[in-house]
Design a protein around this ligand. Structure first.
Ligand SMILES: Nc1ncnc2c1ncn2[C@@H]1O[C@H](COP(=O)(O)OP(=O)(O)OP(=O)(O)O)[C@@H](O)[C@H]1O
Ligand SMILES: O=C(O)c1ccc[n+]([C@@H]2O[C@H](COP(=O)([O-])O)[C@@H](O)[C@H]2O)c1
Length: 229
C-alpha cells in the first residue's frame, strides 16, 4: 500500500527506490531522498523499509514501527512515498528482488536505486549485484569519512549527469555532492538509550518513539535529559 501520492509527472519520469533498515528513519535519510528527487526534476522517491536485512543484525524496531516512523517523517513531502513492498515479502530482503519487481512494473522507465556511500562501498558483496547494471541506475549520496572504494562497481556503472541518466532506463551512476550529514541510526539509537531523544530525528518521530517506548526509551524516568548527544 502506498502512503503518499507523488506529484503528477510524465509516465517516463524517473522512479527512485531508497531501501533501508530505517531503524529509525533520520534527518539524513529525508534530506538525501529530497535532494535526489530535486536533482531528478521532482521524481518520486519510494522509501522501502526492509523486512529481513540480509547483511546485518536484525532491526530493534519491528517492520510496522519502522513504517509508522517513516510515515511521520515523510508526511510533509509529497515527493516521498512510503512503500511497504519489502515488508510484505518473505525471506531475506535482497534488493535484487525489489529491483526486479519495480522494473517489471515500469518497463523502459528510468529506475534509480539510491544508496549512501557506505552502502555503495559494500555493493560488490551484495546478492547478484552485477545484475543491477541492466535493472537500474545508481544515485550515490556522500557520507562523512566515506571515500568511494570498489573500483569494480564504479566501472560497472559509469558516472553520468542527471540529464543523461533521465534519458535511459538503467546502467549509469549519479554522484551527489550534498547533503553531507554526519548522522547514523546507530548513533541515534545510542543517544535514545542514554538520553531519550536526539535532535537528528523529526520531532514527530521522536514523540512517537517516546510514546511507544521504542529503543529502550521506556527504561528512562521523567528526569531524562533531552539535550543533544
Ligand atoms: N548520513 C547519511 N548520509 C548519506 N546516506 C546515508 C546516511 N545515513 C544513512 N544513509 C543511507 O541510507 C540507506 C539506509 O541506511 P540505514 O537505514 O541503514 O541508516 P544508517 O544510519 O546507516 O543505519 P545504521 O547506523 O543502523 O547502519 C543506506 O543506503 C545508507 O547508506
Ligand atoms: O541484496 C543484498 O544483498 C543487500 C545487501 C545489503 C543491503 N541491502 C539493502 O540495502 C539497503 C541499505 O542497507 P542498510 O543496511 O544501510 O539499511 C537496504 O534496503 C538493505 O536491505 C541489500
Amino acid at each position: 500500500m502506498l502512503e503518499v501520492g507523488p506529484r503528477k509527472l510524465s509516465p517516463q519520469a524517473p522512479l527512485v527506490l531508497f531501501g533501508g533498515t530505517f531503524d529509525p528513519v533520520h534527518r539524513a535519510h529525508i534530506s538525501a531522498a529530497r535532494a535526489v528527487s530535486k536533482v531528478l526534476h521532482g521524481a518520486p522517491v519510494h522509501l522501502l523499509p526492509n523486512a529481513v536485512p540480509p547483511h546485518r543484525p536484525q532491526p530493534m524496531a519491528d517492520g510496522e514501527q519502522r513504517l509508522a516512523m517513516l510515515r511521520l517523517a515523510c508526511k510533509r513531502y509529497p515527493e516521498l512515498v512510503v512503500d511497504d513492498w519489502e515488508l510484505r515479502q518473505d525471506g531475506p530482503s535482497y534488493s535484487l528482488n525489489t529491483l526486479r519487481h519495480f522494473r517489471q512494473q515500469n518497463p523502459g522507465r528510468p529506475l534509480v536505486f539510491m544508496i549512501g556511500a557506505d552502502s555503495f562501498n559494500s555493493l560488490h558483496l551484495w546478492h547478484q549485484w552485477q545484475d543491477y547494471t541492466t535493472l537500474c541506475h545508481l544515485a550515490v549520496v556522500p557520507r562523512p569519512d566515506c571515500a568511494l572504494a570498489p573500483d569494480q562497481v564504479q566501472a560497472a556503472f559509469p558516472e553520468s549527469d542527471a540529464e543523461q541518466l533521465m534519458r535511459q532506463p538503467f546502467g549509469l551512476r549519479l554522484m551527489l555532492k550534498r547533503p553531507f550529514l554526519d548522522v547514523s541510526a546507530t548513533a541515534i539509537r545510542e543517544a535514545l538509550e542514554k538520553k531519550g531523544d536526539c535532535p537528528a530525528l523529526d520531532p514527530a518521530v521522536s514523540a512517537h518513539i517516546r510514546r511507544q517506548h521504542l529503543y529502550n526509551v521506556a527504561t528512562l524516568n521523567s528526569s531524562t535529559n533531552h539535550e543533544a548527544p
